[in-house]
Ligand binder design. Structure first.
Ligand code: HEC
Ligand code: HEC
Length: 286
């Protein structure tokens, strides 16, 4: 009877820890990631259903954007090297050859009109510390959609997972395991953002796919106040970026998953043998 009481107390303590304390602590430390919104519904200043004219977009981009951004596929080379660019703007402006591949249309249009707002970074910038790219909210929504149509018209046929990562994240983040160094030197990034964009080689393991899907789509949901911008990727590009993080940081995942079934089969077989063996030894007593 005494043993039974001890067992009951033990169950009560374990049960309380397992069903009471652990889920509570888990929910405080790892809030459930919010599902990614690939339509960027909160961005409504520019009506992205307007049909743009790529030819006029080209004229607008050449007049307004190539002073800072290269578009190498169209022959607009960078005017300065990465270090000088970083020193001038705080972040190296990305090459725009693949903007039509990477970004969701609604995000891109609203980003051009008001970058800090689309990135959910208004808390980080002010009149005294303006966002490094100007807002083009003086253009008409139609003109902005012309620019979007232009990027759509010059987009690359297909991007490798690595190219998607480099174009979307590589101005800020390194990925040492894949030999990629951030375009913006770490020291400049740290003083510009107030925190260092981490090397992402191992983030697929430490954060997991679900977290990353939610985080890239809107970092503020998971790290309130962070300097990491919302990167308005299409669902497809975001999947490619995360696939690249997995191919680099967790190469053995498929092998590991494939091994599981063999381990289970091994246990089933061993259990069968153990039962047969026990029967054999005890058969005279039963
Ligand atoms: C004064 C320099 C400057 C000009 C002019 C400029 N940009 Fe930028 N742009 C930047 C910088 C710097 C960044 C990177 C900012 C960051 O990530 O914090 C950037 C980022 C971007 C991005 C990446 C958005 C994302 O979510 O990652 C796009 C797209 C872009 N610019 C498009 C344009 C277009 C289109 C124009 C012209 C209409 C333009 N830019 C004009 C400096 C500029
Ligand atoms: C304009 C710069 C910039 C770009 C572009 C950028 N990041 Fe970041 N990122 C940051 C900064 C700064 C931090 C550090 C944030 C902090 O400490 O609050 C960060 C942090 C992170 C983290 C760590 C989150 C955590 O839980 O600690 C991950 C993961 C990440 N970024 C992924 C990405 C991916 C993937 C992309 C491309 C799709 C990307 N970032 C694009 C600046 C950037």
């Amino acid at each position: 009877m005494r043993e039974f009481k001890i067992l009951v107390v033990l169950f009560a303590i374990v049960g309380f820890t397992y069903y009471g304390i652990e889920p509570y602590a888990h929910h405080i430390m790892h809030p459930e990631p919010v599902e990614a919104d690939f339509n960027f519904k909160d961005l409504k200043d520019i009506d992205s259903s307007l049909k743009g004219d790529a030819q006029n977009g080209k004229t607008l981009v050449e007049a307004n954007c190539v002073a800072c951004h290269s578009i190498e596929s169209q022959g607009h080379m960078p005017l300065m090297d990465d270090a000088t660019n970083a020193a001038s703007y705080g972040v190296v402006p990305p090459d725009l050859s693949t903007a039509g591949n990477l970004y969701n249309k609604n995000y891109l249009a609203n980003f051009i009109a008001n970058p800090a707002k689309a990135m959910h970074l208004e808390h980080k910038y002010s009149e005294t510390k303006p966002f490094p790219m100007p807002s083009y909210n003086w253009m008409t929504p139609k003109e902005i959609m012309d620019i979007v149509a232009y990027f759509e018209s010059i987009k690359a046929k297909e991007l490798t997972h690595k190219e998607s990562f480099e174009n979307a994240c590589g101005r800020c983040h390194s990925m040492a395991y894949a030999g990629i160094s951030a375009k913006t030197p770490g020291k400049v990034a740290t003083s510009h953002f107030g925190s260092t964009p981490p090397d992402l080689s191992q983030y697929i393991k430490s954060r997991g796919e679900h977290y990353l899907h939610s985080f890239i789509n809107d970092p503020q949901n998971l790290l309130k106040g962070t300097a990491m911008p919302r990167v308005g990727l299409t669902q497809e590009t975001q999947e490619d970026v995360i696939a690249f993080m997995e191919e680099t940081g967790d190469r053995k995942k498929d092998e590991r998953n494939a091994l599981g079934i063999w381990v289970i089969l091994f246990f089933v077989l061993m259990s069968g043998l153990a039962i047969a063996w026990k029967r054999e030894i005890w058969k005279d007593l039963h």
